[in-house]
Ligand binder design. Sequence first.
Ligand code: ADP
Ligand code: MG
Length: 247
Amino acid sequence: MPDPSADPELILRLEGVSKTFQNQRVLDALDLEIARGEFLTLLGPSGCGKSTTLNIVAGLLSPDGGRMTLRGRAADRLPPRKRRLGMVFQSWALFPHMTVFDNIAYGLKMQGSPSAAVVKTKVDEMLELVRLPGAEGKFPSQLSGGMQQRVALARALVTGPDLLLLDEPLSNLDAALRKEMQVEIKRIHETLKVSTLLVTHSQEEALVMSDRIAVMRGGKIERIAPPAEIYADPRSSFVCTFVGDAN
Ligand code: ADP
Ligand code: MG
């Protein structure tokens, strides 16, 4: 029988992934799959293991047990730079001493030594995509929080990743900007059709942005379904309380 995890349309598959810190079991045999082009959100309260999951996918943490495949290939054989991922964190972690252009180009240079012309074309494409034309010469400190986050998205996407990982990317923004960036991230996802794994504790964000929501609790996925189904039929009191909670 063919191994279903070898399916290249399955961008990410986690099977029975566990992680323990000191004596605390943070991920408890977690299963999760993301299809090509899908926008999947991990939604859950603080401390339930969302960032740990993302960091394992990114290769920044090793799991204690379980299996992970990326595009059908065992991830433990793939070093982080070969995982074809883009990542945006809560704090945008732009290089303060580099211009917007150099921040975005950084990802490309890590992958090899593209010609100056190729770098320029790709950075220009990204500035267009995130709607920051003309900002290439600015430094991060000269930009608003929302604009910095657009640069972080451009930097994560410039290499054409198979999977975009977003860890609470909107939590540092005020409510109006958060709304604006939800729409922007959705638009970018629809333009590029890049598979996206968003981590958030905000049910509103999850309901607005996702193709499917994985509600997480204590290191496990409690429920996974499209937003409308979760909203209409939460099935467990935890999902119900959490999805009904406006935080
Ligand atoms: P979330 O992103 O859902 O808020 P995390 O994945 O960051 O949760 O953390 C899950 C739990 O693991 C928390 O209790 C946290 O304190 C603990 N934890 C996370 N990283 C570490 C670490 N490097 N060392 C020890 N404990 C950690
Ligand atoms: Mg977190």
